[in-house]
Design a protein around this ligand. Structure first.
Ligand code: 5GP
Ligand code: ZN
Length: 110
């Protein structure tokens, strides 16, 4: 756990938050400031700063993040209507929380 990392604190339940999904490696929460009708964050439990810090050993974790996204999209009923997934990387890429997370956005009106 990294000091003063809000997502580490959410993972550790030091900050109360509703987990839409949890397994040994990830949690999923709703974004506090949604940019779409459905805006979820898939967050690994381990602290990795950003895509830039990924190591060879993280390959499986990152692959599994997308499988969690796929599962959540189905659960939220946007798998067929469509959705976006993406990472913001470092300040210039719009990253504000420096603990890796995958955005899932969807639910726009057709
Ligand atoms: P980033 O810009 O780092 O890719 O995305 C961080 C996201 O986390 C933002 O969309 C922001 O709204 C969300 N966020 C920041 N603090 C909190 C929080 O305490 N709880 C939740 N659920 N989302 C947060
Ligand atoms: Zn963290």
């Amino acid at each position: 756990m990294a000091n003063d990392c809000i997502f580490c604190k959410i993972v550790a339940r030091e900050i109360p938050s509703n987990f839409l999904y949890e397994d040994d490696y990830f949690i999923v929460i709703k974004d506090i400031n949604p940019h779409a009708p459905i805006h979820l964050l898939i967050i690994p439990k381990i602290h990795i700063r950003s895509i830039n810090d990924l190591k060879e050993q993280d390959k499986e974790l990152v692959g599994n993040m997308f499988l969690v996204a796929k599962k959540m999209a189905k659960e939220q009923g946007v798998n067929e209507s469509g959705y976006k997934v993406g990472f913001n990387v470092e300040k210039g890429g719009g990253q504000e929380i420096f603990h890796l997370h995958l955005h899932l956005l969807g639910g726009w009106k057709k």
